[in-house]
Design a protein. Structure first.
Length: 233
């Protein structure tokens, strides 16, 4: 597929929570099915930096770098050939960014004040993402070791990273797009903290799952990423 959007996705904090199949099914696009890991159904909060975007090969003159936090879960198409993510909601610091994403990819975006911090030394890295809800800062904070981890096919981190397609639910319609990038390095988490107004942002039921300890927390370095034009299935 031809790329519509190219940008650098970097410093991706990933916190993954176990949920229930029935809970996720209401967000499931038509012509897809949930993709489980060892019988567990997962959703991930991901904070990252989005920079140097281009549309149709033309660099954007504005919004050259900004934070984004999204909540995603994992699906596959009916024959299982395409492992994909579905975004429940995405947070960006500007309303026009959300409008562009909604227009191009039919995504569910909201705009909130955001900021980030990234500090690195010889031993470790501290990465933090913040977004303001009701005058209070929500956050994801992670301390990671510097050497990347060696992962195997059976690890949950490999399962989470190994999704190169996306599906969007728009009413009864389903859109499919391809996500292309090099395999990202995975850095193990040494510590993780979060504060999330789950009900205010995502709705009923999410606070229960976010109150649990994540089954996995790690950071991916990221890279240049190409996203194809969405195709109506």
């Amino acid at each position: 597929m031809k790329s519509l959007l190219t940008a650098y996705w970097t410093n991706l904090i990933v916190a993954t929570f176990e949920t229930e199949k029935k809970f996720l099914e209401k967000f499931l696009p038509n012509k897809t099915e949930l993709n489980d890991w060892n019988g567990k159904y997962l959703m991930s909060l991901v904070g990252f930096m989005f920079s140097k975007p281009s549309l149709w090969g033309i660099p954007s003159p504005i919004y050259r770098q900004f934070e984004e936090v999204n909540l995603r879960f994992y699906v596959k198409n009916k024959d299982g050939a395409r492992k994909a993510v579905v975004f429940i909601k995405e947070i960006a610091p500007s309303y026009p960014i959300g409008l562009i994403a909604k227009y191009l990819y039919h995504e569910n975006f909201i705009a909130l004040p955001m900021k980030h911090s990234d500090q690195i030394n010889a031993q470790k890295r501290n990465t933090e993402y913040y977004w303001k809800v009701n005058d209070s800062w929500n956050f994801l904070k992670m301390e990671t070791a510097l050497p990347p981890a060696l992962t195997s096919a059976d690890k949950v981190e490999t399962f989470i990273a190994d999704h190169y397609w996306g599906y969007t639910k728009s009413g009864n319609k389903t859109f499919e797009f391809e996500i292309q990038h090099r395999p990202w390095n995975i850095y193990p988490s040494l510590s993780f903290e979060m504060n999330i107004y789950a009900k205010e942002i995502y709705g009923e039921g999410f606070a229960e799952y976010f109150s649990q300890k994540p089954i996995s927390t790690f950071l991916m370095d990221g890279s240049l990423t190409k996203v194809s034009s969405p195709v109506l299935l």
